[in-house]
Design a protein around this ligand. Structure first.
Ligand SMILES: NC(=O)c1ccc[n+]([C@@H]2O[C@H](COP(=O)([O-])OP(=O)(O)OC[C@H]3O[C@@H](n4cnc5c(N)ncnc54)[C@H](OP(=O)(O)O)[C@@H]3O)[C@@H](O)[C@H]2O)c1
Length: 166
């Protein structure tokens, strides 16, 4: 499985249970990457979506200890999640946050697709800094593009020591 995330220059990802920025180019990229695939999200991220509803045309797998969520496949812990996503091709599964879910699942991801936003979003929650995490290497970085007044760059990090789930 792979993680997909947008980070600011401090690897910040959110504030007040919302995203830091509204960036149409990144939204478009996220949509085209995940459409028809499986997204793995935490309950708080689900609730941050418009109307608190799952994203359309994707299998939404939600981690939550507090119950089942309409329109989603709800799982109560990581072993149940791993069983659930085992039904799909590894390439089709995207870990889409938030912070706690990224933190728990990043060791099992083969790749992280990171949109870097060259700004400080004054974040409260963060993604692991992959430039400092052992085993992670920056494989590619696009030239910066501009969207909604922000300079952004699309990056891919590879995990050279993917953890196997026992
Ligand atoms: N920049 C980006 O690309 C991006 C992407 C996604 C989200 N975000 C941001 O990230 C923030 C939300 O992150 P967050 O860390 O506060 O919340 P989160 O990870 O979205 O959700 C946390 C919740 O997920 C459930 N959960 C997590 N681990 C679990 C486990 N092992 N077993 C069972 N349930 C588990 C729990 O739900 P229960 O309490 O129901 O048990 C927990 O309270 C928001 O600001 C959002 O906008 C940013």
């Amino acid at each position: 499985m792979r993680a997909i995330v947008a980070v600011d220059q401090k690897w910040g990802i959110g504030r007040g249970n919302d995203l830091l920025f509204s960036i149409p180019e990144d939204m478009k990229f996220f949509r085209s990457t995940t459409l028809g695939k499986v997204i793995v999200i935490g309950r708080k991220t689900l609730q941050s979506f418009p109307g608190g509803k799952p994203l359309k045309n994707r299998v939404n797998v939600v981690l939550s200890r507090s119950g089942a969520w309409e329109g989603c496949v709800s799982v109560k812990d990581i072993p149940s999640l791993m069983r659930e996503i085992g039904r799909f091709s590894d390439d089709d599964v995207f870990v889409c946050g938030g912070a706690s879910v990224y933190r728990e699942l990043i060791p099992y991801c083969t790749e992280a697709i990171v949109t870097k936003v060259f700004a400080d979003g004054n974040a409260e929650v963060f993604f692991p800094n992959l430039d400092e995490e052992s085993g992670w290497v920056l494989q590619s970085q696009s030239e910066p593009v501009e969207s909604n007044g922000y300079a952004i760059s699309f990056c891919v990090y590879k995990n050279t020591s993917v953890k196997a789930f026992e």
